[in-house]
Design a protein around this ligand. Structure first.
Ligand code: PLP
Length: 451
């Protein structure tokens, strides 16, 4: 069995429950605070933006949460995703390590983000909501939510960072195929957008501003809610389908990982693959979890664990998390999905408590790893996912150095078919490393709210 190239689960084996790590983590999360009063957020504060079922999941302490049948049905379109033994990569690295990867790029939107887009659209529909507003930077989250909204007959409004909508016209078309309305941000549709346009009519926009526009849109209309693609507890909960499947698939192969690796932006694909394994670690089993981030946005490796805002406009709750400061402006690296200043509170607390390790790599190391992977395994990874590939390669080479085997599992969070400009730039030798500057960092960190 362990010699099978691909290990699929039967279609009945799509998980029926999500794993909620809040039930088992030794230190409970610090409560999120209201940005105005700085008091703990109440469910009522969140109701203008989210349906009650998602608010309940956000704070739930139940270990297992049932996945609605209507969501399982949609998951079945592409789940279970394949778990693949990377024989060719192992050969190319001449390593005694066994490398497995979980391929989330097979989803219809090309990344893991659909795993949460579908339940989020479902719960909003069930709560009588007609429209969902969101933001997108690189376009992955907007694509996933557009698809999910089309499944459930919801209108989808995507505020897309203006510069990305110009640079990535095919991402915009992708969302429009599913019926979404894509609005370049800053726009004249919101107060937040108009304020920026008045001063800088040619503003390229930013993710922080696009969040502010989407939140304002949702808060201003009773028929509209807001949806976020990472960071929040309920998002990581939905993503645990990745790790739950991987665990069952590895069990079929008679294997278990020594280390689980994921790239880390807001923490959702990493938490999704790692949390079901950390459950075993809480019960005493030896297993490492490794989060990989860019040196341009080194939230875990160089940030601080503190209360901070989730957006530039200070509209979101203040969360206790690893952060580089809400005004942090990362350089324009190609892994757009990893350019967030903050980090999921769940991943942050577990990192703080020593259950998670983190590493940061430069952009060129990432593309080098991506190309090694593409030429051996045949799949072109998203630049974000290439961080996990790099982490796995480093582990496999360490195994070779030490002359002993180990089992590595990593998450391939998405394919890179919309990122060819990034690959072009790397192949032409134009890609620069852009590690975050020490002085900049000190300046952004000085701007945290006083709690
Ligand atoms: C958005 C995205 C990420 C980063 O988000 P996380 O919440 O950290 O998972 C990683 N990989 C891909 C392919 C993405 O689209």
């Amino acid at each position: 069995m362990s010699n099978d190239k691909k290990i699929f689960l039967d279609e009945q084996e799509v998980p029926r429950r999500w794993y909620n790590i809040q039930a088992d983590m030794p230190t409970k999360l610090a409560p999120p605070l209201h940005p105005g009063t700085k008091q703990p957020v109440t469910p009522d504060d969140l109701l203008p933006l989210f349906p009650m079922e998602l608010i309940k999941q956000e704070v739930s302490q139940e270990r297992w949460i049932d996945i609605p049948e209507e969501v399982v049905e949609k998951y079945r379109i592409w789940r279970p995703t394949p778990l693949i033994r990377a024989y060719e990569l192992e050969k190319a690295l001449d390593t005694p390590a066994k490398i497995y990867y979980k391929h989330e790029g097979v989803s219809p939107a090309g990344s893991h983000k659909v795993n949460t887009a579908i339940p989020q659209a479902y719960y909003n529909k069930a709560a009588g909501i007609k429209r969902l507003a969101t933001e997108t930077g690189a376009g992955q989250w907007g694509s996933a939510l557009s698809l999910a909204c089309s499944f459930y007959g919801l209108e989808c409004i995507v505020y897309m960072v203006k510069i990305s909508s110009r640079q990535k016209p095919y991402r915009r078309s992708f969302m429009q195929v599913y019926g979404a309305e894509v609005i370049p941000s800053p726009s004249d549709k919101t107060e937040a957008g108009r304020r920026v346009l008045a001063v800088t009519p040619d503003s390229p926009g930013s993710l922080g501003l696009a969040i502010s526009e989407a939140v304002e849109d949702a808060a201003g209309r009773a028929d509209t809610n807001y949806a976020l693609g990472s960071v929040l507890n309920h998002v990581l909960l939905h993503q645990t389908v990745i790790g739950l499947e991987a665990k069952a698939q590895l069990a079929k192969a008679g294997d278990y990982p020594d280390v689980v690796i994921g790239c880390c932006g807001g923490g959702s694909n990493f938490g999704g693959i790692a949390f079901p394994f950390l459950q075993d670690r809480f019960a005493g089993r030896q297993i490492r979890a490794l989060a990989v981030e860019p040196t341009a946005c080194p939230t875990l490796t160089r940030g601080v664990f503190a209360y901070d805002y989730g957006d530039l406009g200070k509209l979101t709750p203040i969360m206790k998390m690893y952060t580089l400061g809400h005004s942090f402006m990362p350089s324009g690296i190609h892994a757009g999905g990893l350019r967030y200043h903050g980090e999921s509170p769940l991943v942050s607390q577990l990192y703080h408590d020593g259950f998670i390790e983190a590493q940061a790599y430069d952009q060129r190391q990432i593309f080098e790893a991506a190309i090694t992977f593409a030429r051996s395994e045949g799949i072109i990874p998203a630049p974000e996912s290439a961080h996990a590939v790099r982490g796995a390669i480093v582990e496999a080479l360490a195994a070779r150095e030490e002359g002993k085997g180990r089992t590595i599992l990593f998450g391939l969070s998405g394919h890179g078919h919309f990122d060819m400009t990034a690959y072009d730039s790397y192949l032409a030798g134009d890609t620069k490393d852009a590690p975050c500057d020490e002085q900049d960092l000190a300046r952004f960190l000085a701007d945290l709210p006083q709690i």
